[in-house]
Structures are given as C-alpha cells and as structure tokens.
Ligand binder design. Structure first.
Ligand code: NAP
Length: 525
C-alpha cells in the first residue's frame, strides 16, 4: 500500500508550474459543469440512506449573493441522535475489518478525490470564495491527508506491538484500539481538507463518524460524503449531517453515545465544546482553533523574500486561515525598505471573482465577516494608522459579493484588540522593533501559538527564533508563505496554547494515535 505519489499536484507552495495552462483549462471545463449543477437539492446521509431534515438552507455564493448554489436540508436533534446510533451500530464490524481493509477503502476515496479535483475545487471557489490554486491545494491536501494517515497506520503495523515479558510463559501484545463513535465538526475555511483529514483520522483507526460540515460549506460536505459512499464504506460508518452548529453540534457534544469529538474552528466554540464534552468520565476531545500568527524580519533577512512571504500569508484567502500572518515585526534599520516592498506587493494584488484565472483575492465568507472587517478598519482609523487598504472593494461586477481591500495597519499599542484578537480577514498589523529580542517578546505575547515565520540568514538568529518562539508550526525564509502552507507528512500542524488542545498536530505522524486508546493483552501459556 504505497501512498507517496510523485505525480504533479498543486500545493499551497505552488508559485509557478509549466503545467499551469493545462490546470486552467481543466478548471474552466469543470467550472461549467459545476455551474450546471447549481440550484440542486441536497440530502443528508445516515446509515446508508438519504434523509430529509425539518428546514432547508438556501446557499448563496459569497462572490455574488444572487447566485444560488443549492438547497441543503438541515438536520434536527433527533436525526443527529439517529446518526449517532447508526454509527454506534456500525462500529464493531468496521473495527473488526482491520486497518488494512479500512485503509484500502480510504485510499480508494483519496483516489476519487484526486480524480475529481477540478470539479471539487470549482465548487469550493463558488462556495467559500477561494481562488483556483488555493482551492486545488485544499482538494489535493484532502487526498494526501487520507493517504498519509493510512501510511502512518502501515508504518506502525496498525499500532500493534510485541511487548516485553516478565515470565517465560507470558506473551504480551500492546494495541491501540478505537474508541467508537466520533463527532467530526468542520470549519468553512479548509472545507474539504480539514473535513477529510479529521474524518480519516477517525476512520483509519477503526472509529465510525458523524460528520457536520460548516453551514458555509455544505456542498463540499455533500461531495466528500459522496466520495466515501462510492469508495465503498459500509452503511453507518460515515454519516453526513448538514445543519446548524447549535443543533447538530449541541447533540454531538451532549449525546452519551458519542465517544470522541474532533473539532476545528474558532476558540469560542472550541473551548465551549471542550469544557462540556466530558460529563460522566473523561472523553477524548481534539480541538484545533485559531491563531494570531507573527512574522519577524531582521536586518539579516532577504527583504524581498520576506515581503513576498508575509504578503502571501497575510492576504492568501483573505486572511481566513488559522495560519494567516496577522502581525509583522520588522527590525527598525530595515523597516522602511521592507514596508515599501510590502506595500508595492500588496497594492499589486488582483482582487476579483476567484473563479477567474488571475484572481489572488476573492471575497470574505459571509456578511458577518464583511461587517466585522468594517468595524476593525474603523477601529484602526480611530486608534492607529491605515497604511493601505481599509475599504470595501467595489466594482460593478462584484457589488453583490463580500469583497474588501487587503489592509495594512500600524501605530497601535501591543494590547490593542486588533493586535491581540484573531480577526480572520485581510488585515495585517506591522511594527518596527529595536531588535530581535523585542520582536520575540511581542511575537510571544499572545494567547495563541499556531504558526510563526522568520526571515534572517544569520544562523544564531535562526537558532534563537526556533528556541524562543511559542508556536507549533514554524518557518524560516519561506517565500511561498511566511506562516501558511503546511502539508501532510511535511509540516506537522500543532496548535499550542489557545490554538489547540492536544499537543499533536494534524498532518503529522502522531495525529492518528489520538483517535485510539491503549490496551495491553497478556496471555499466559
Ligand atoms: P466556527 O464558527 O467556530 O465553526 C466551526 C464549526 O463549529 C462549524 O461547523 C459550526 O457550525 C460549528 N459550531 C458552531 N456552533 C457550535 C456549537 N454550539 N456546538 C458545536 N458546533 C458548533 O469556525 P469557522 O468560522 O467555521 O472557522 C474559522 C475558525 O477556525 C478560525 O478561528 C480559524 O482559526 C479556525 N481554524 C483552525 C484551524 C487549525 O488547524 N487550528 C484550521 C482551520 C480553521 P455552523 O457553521 O453551522 O455554525
């Protein structure tokens, strides 16, 4: 079961490829098919059957609110409980199937995702407003996450190992075994990759799943479910429920038959889930949350590389990434030169319809984010300085979408809410610092601890950065993204402090172990 493929793929680090013309042709023809499929009705999926909820969500594109993408049934509390029961009933057989057979099915699913990548990416551009390459990266990452977790099962022999013995007639085997039913609650911003990754972690290890996509990305959720169904997962092993977090999420958090929860999303929702999930005894709850990710540039850094990397991480997908760079600390001797480069690159970004080939920055996800952006900018004008951007982006063909300008702000106190809180929109705070020591102090002065970037050619400075920064995902001199762009099997993606609960990251070699518990099996002969 070899999983590593050398075939061409778009990742978040892809800046250029000689295959770009073909990529765009394939995307264009997939987009035509996707547009033809807009406006359809979509059901939920429980125990191998479609199921209709009480209400229907009419999903509109953030690019153009007049564009109806589809109608999505909304699950009730009772239907969520029904899905949990179906997952519970399916658990024993799925577990007993063994990891090799399970991973064979999951690898089939990964293959189907790769086969459909252009269609899936085109849906994602319309549904959440990612540009073409970001959407293709998300889809490729989904397939690679599934494959990587299967690879980890294989490398560890399904996490079964011979243990030592105290007596000659004692045989002890150590097993990691699944818990049972897992709730999988996904965010909007990596709608396929994070859904597929969390689900694959649970499924490969022998758990069954009740999956709740974001209400902003139900179509991608439906398509992921379709992939698992077509790959041949048995009934009840993977159940899809679109609907409100306050209904489905609440049932998953409080239902005693849910054995584990894996969530990616905001701190406010994640912490609430974490604090309430274990009622009668401790239950595993993996929560991956936000970030307020810094980048630091010293006088020993390549300024053009730094400006490019910071610009891409601050404004890629409109700053709507947990790993987005939202703070930049620049050594004062190079501050003005750096700022000039950063402003030039930022002003050159192409804002527009993300289905267009050349667009870098599409719309924000919804009206809440759009309104939040305006209030953040008002606050920046009042308390600090807006260096560029700061306005809604209006063009005749974009007037019904949530488009805003990439924005750089400065002259704020370090304890200002714009410097401290995760804003999740294209706003970058920048500050000149005396030296690396001061930059590190500011960088670490956050409740979060997800990603961090550094630009310097000086090895001592690099060592100091790695040894001092409090973040789980760190990068040095990365032009394709100062703080963004982790990939399965390449960058383990672990949130520290308010960014994550477990100290083990997705994309990394220890992720799947979190979906299992230990059992030693001693047999005296
Ligand atoms: P969100 O608002 O917290 O929603 C995440 C999921 O939780 C959605 O499916 C949502 O459902 C559901 N939910 C809402 N209320 C719930 C409740 N009371 N009980 C259970 N579930 C509930 O987050 P988002 O806006 O989609 O995503 C952005 C956030 O995710 C950012 O903070 C970002 O940093 C974080 N994120 C973190 C990582 C990471 O790896 N650390 C990766 C990506 C994103 P509805 O959509 O129906 O409300």
């Amino acid at each position: 079961m070899k999983t590593k493929s050398k075939s061409f793929k778009i990742t978040y680090s892809t800046l250029n490829t000689n295959q770009m013309e073909r990529v765009h042709q394939e995307f264009d023809s997939a987009l035509i098919n996707v547009k033809n499929d807009c406006g359809n009705n979509h059901s939920n999926w429980v125990n191998g059957k479609t199921i209709q909820g009480a209400n229907t969500l009419k999903l509109r594109s953030p690019i153009n609110q007049n564009h109806i993408l589809g109608y999505f049934t909304q699950a009730t509390h009772e239907q969520t409980a029904q899905a949990v029961q179906a997952a519970k009933d399916a658990f024993a057989a799925w577990n007993q199937m063994g990891w090799k057979a399970r991973c064979a099915l999951l690898q089939t699913a990964a293959g189907l995702i790769r086969d459909r990548k252009y269609y899936l990416a085109a849906v994602m551009t319309l549904e959440v407003g990612k540009n073409r390459l970001e959407a293709l990266g998300d889809v490729e990452e989904s397939a690679d996450l599934i494959s990587y977790y299967c690879q980890i099962m294989e490398e560890n022999n399904g996490f079964v190992r011979q243990m030592d013995r105290l007596a000659a007639n004692e045989n002890v085997m150590g097993y990691l075994v699944p818990f049972g039913v897992w709730g999988v609650i996904a965010p909007f911003n990596f709608p396929m990759a994070l859904s597929a990754g969390m689900a694959a972690g649970a499924l490969a290890t022998g758990n069954t799943v009740v999956y709740k996509p974001s209400s902003d990305a139900p179509w991608t959720g439906v398509l992921l479910n379709k992939v698992f169904v077509e790959a041949g997962l048995p009934d009840g092993v993977f159940n899809l429920l679109n609907g409100a977090g306050s209904i489905i999420g609440e049932e998953l958090v409080t239902n005693d038959n849910v054995d584990g929860l894996v969530f990616t999303g905001s701190k406010i929702v994640g912490m609430d889930i974490y604090q309430r999930f274990s009622k009668h005894y401790p239950k595993p709850c993996i929560i991956e949350m936000g970030g307020k990710n810094p980048a630091i540039v010293t006088q020993n850094g390549n300024l053009d590389t730094a400006a490019e990397g910071i610009m891409r991480s601050a404004f890629g997908f409109g700053g709507q990434k947990c790993s987005a760079c939202s703070r930049a600390y620049i050594e004062e001797s190079v501050f003005h030169e750096f700022l000039e480069l950063l402003l030039h690159k930022t002003k050159s970004l192409i804002i527009g319809d993300p289905t267009d080939q050349d667009t870098f920055l599409g719309p924000l996800i919804n009206s809440n984010a759009y309104n939040d952006f305006q209030s953040y900018v008002d606050s920046a004008h009042k308390d600090g300085t807006v260096l560029t951007g700061g306005k809604l982006y209006s063009r005749s063909n974009l007037d019904n979408g949530f488009f805003v300008e990439p924005t750089i702000i400065t002259n704020l106190e370090e304890d200002h809410p714009l410097v401290k809180s995760e804003l999740f929109c294209p706003i970058l705070y920048i500050r000149s610092v005396k030296n690396l020591g001061e930059a590190l102090t500011f960088a670490n002065d956050t409740e979060y601890g997800l990603t961090a970037g550094f630009f310097s050619e000086d090895q001592e400075e690099i060592d100091l950065f790695f040894n001092t920064i409090r973040a789980g995902v760190t990068y040095v001199n990365r032009r394709s993204g100062a703080t963004t762009g982790a990939w399965p099997g390449v960058q383990p993606f672990c949130g520290w402090q308010s960014s994550g609960s477990t100290g083990k990251g997705c994309c990394g070699p220890y992720y799947v172990t979190q979906f299992m518990r230990e059992q030693s099996r001693t047999v005296m002969t």
